[in-house]
Design a protein around this ligand. Sequence first.
Ligand SMILES: C[S@@+](CC[C@H](N)C(=O)[O-])C[C@H]1O[C@@H](n2cnc3c(N)ncnc32)[C@H](O)[C@@H]1O
Length: 216
Amino acid sequence: MTGQPHHTDAQQYLPGMGKHWLLPIYDPFSRLAGVGRLHGQLMDRANLRSGQRILEIGCGTGNLLTALAHRHPDTVALGIDPDPAALRRARRKATRANLPIHYHQAFAGALPLPDDSVDRVLSAFMLHHLDDGERARALREARRVLRRGGELHVLDIDGTLSDRGKRVAHRNPRMAASVPERVLAALIDADLIRPATNGGGRAWFGRYAFYRAEAP
Ligand SMILES: C[S@@+](CC[C@H](N)C(=O)[O-])C[C@H]1O[C@@H](n2cnc3c(N)ncnc32)[C@H](O)[C@@H]1O
């Protein structure tokens, strides 16, 4: 997603569709793009077990955690996002379906959670919204809150482009950073272990990739 960063307090963030006024079309766009199926593939990879505490960073309108809470009702689901309007939609879905999902307004780079307190951190189509500094903070925070052996599972746009397209990537530094070699390097810099790509594919909105890493 492209667009101008928006502010919460002193910090900036890029909202779901790139602009706040586009939020109402986020869910219809996601449905059309088949994002639910990709969320399912992220959950398949995440080795989810009953009793686990699972955090999604950049949960947006709550589609992944809503699906997760239906599929794994015996887990504890937590979601953070800086966008209050997206969180209102996420909470409405949880209330309607009577799902006990805990949503908090926060940045991935400053998680309101204690050390060693979650078993899984999930991130779907969020990392490419972050600049280099916030991405590094977010991955360090994921490592901090993960219990020993806990796992981070990421699904994101793969910004690898053809030679012709490389001009576009250079104009958008967030997308240029959203390529496997840069994401894997960022996972290593955050002291996460066993960083790896975990498959991927192509949808009509572009390429996507899965990543995994663990807390030592
Ligand atoms: C494309 S949406 C993805 C939402 C959701 N994960 C999904 O798959 O439907 C990206 C989300 O990242 C959030 N975001 C942007 N900057 C962030 C940051 N620094 N920390 C946490 N979330 C952030 C946006 O507000 C937006 O909700």
